[in-house]
Ligand binder design. Sequence first.
Ligand code: CA
Length: 517
Amino acid sequence: MRYLVPLVALFAASPVRAAEKPNLVFIFTDDHAYQALSAYGDPRKLLDTPNLDRIAKEGCRFDRALVPNSICGPSRATILTGKYSHRNGFYNNTNSRFDGTQVTFPKLLQKAGYQTAIIGKWHLISEPTGFDHWHILPGQGIYYNPPMIKDGQRVQHTGYTTDLIGDFSIEWIKKRDKTKPFLLMSQHKAPHREWSPPLRHLGHDKDRKYPEPETLFEDLSKRGPAVAEQDMTIEKTFSQLDAKLVAPPGINAEQLKEWNAYYEPRNKAFREAKLEGKELTRWRYNRYMHDYLGCVKAVDDAVGKLLKFLDDEGLAKNTLVVYCSDQGFYLGEHGWFDKRWVFEESVRTPMLARWPAMGKAGLSTSSLVSTVDIAQTFLDAAGVPADPEMQGKSLLPFLKGETPKDWRKSFYYEYFEYPAPHKVMPHYGVVTDRYKLVRFYVPKPDGTNSPDYWELYDRQADPNETKNVYADPKYAETVKELRAELDKLRNDLKVPAAHPKEAFGSLLMPPKKKNKE
Ligand code: CA
């Protein structure tokens, strides 16, 4: 009896009437590259993700979903608050702690009568606020047999973390108060470093040799200082744990037996081969792809179970499901793993959304959307007014196949954390459909910056973003226009002329001792 209200009435005034409040499911991953989601059609055809693809097929695929600050904690703070780092105070994973007293979209939904829960990775140091139920990993969490914190109490689980988070998510929906709509944030640790796959997916690729990205062996010494000096290459930064030459933390004796049955013979052959140079990087790249994609397969399994559960419970039609990652990730492009940069593989996240009762199926858009839009999207769906300080826009029109006339044509990006880990220089800039203009700089204690320089990339001429054309006279007019656009964005988004010292991680301030929980 839930869908008797005529659609015309639903579209008038607020998006839905009280009796028709949609349920809201946010499925979130950590470091999931769009290159590893088959709905995006990566040329390397890295793997099939049929369950994630189903969200795209039955809803909308966002082909240019960008994050304001491409690392874990800051991205999470942006999603909850609908604000950039400089407005929500969570700049980096070194010194920031989430101020849980500020307005978040789950709090506004809770006040409006929604049941709210967050299950899985939280990673914002302070305790969650605005949730009726929370069951989170401490810190980064581990892949096997994770300790978790359930409504303030430490609990110990046995199993693979992605499976557990998926199952706990379904159990919470089962036990909900059926008289109220719900918001579930189901947040996976996977496929974050060190990419430990579940036992069932060991060997999933049958020792495939993966196609290499064109820039796997790019000579980065020829690039500007920021790119030349970073510390995130497969060649130099890859650890023993990354390479699975040691077993992951938390794994038990029984699991380890199966783990070793897969890795030990392969590791023995690797040690005997004594690989060097490009061959060593190639071996690591293939090991990385096996492990990373195995983790993504488990995420896809969990998404499949959750979607099937929504079907079986009769909830699918009036539930808005949004899938995204906290940022993108490098799968060997420029020789890298990790994220942080304004460059495409890290600034862009996979994003899919489905709401059968209100939206259309089979849509895609290349409009510049963002994780900063998630808060206002969920609030809009629930018919709850957004906080005026929020800095995004509702994505619901895209779910109906409409692009608002005043939709953003440029996007502001800013990254802070330096030098540890990975030594990616602070930078900010403007992203458009074609260009990226970016300023790299390192603040000094005396208030000056050194180095301090600009780069410009033309993605139409240079899709791999390897040629800085800032000084090319051909682009002088483009630089001028983009500099003006950048000033406008900084003004609109209330970016201060100078950021507090703690914004830059360990650069100007000692790292804070973190609450491990
Ligand atoms: Ca992340």
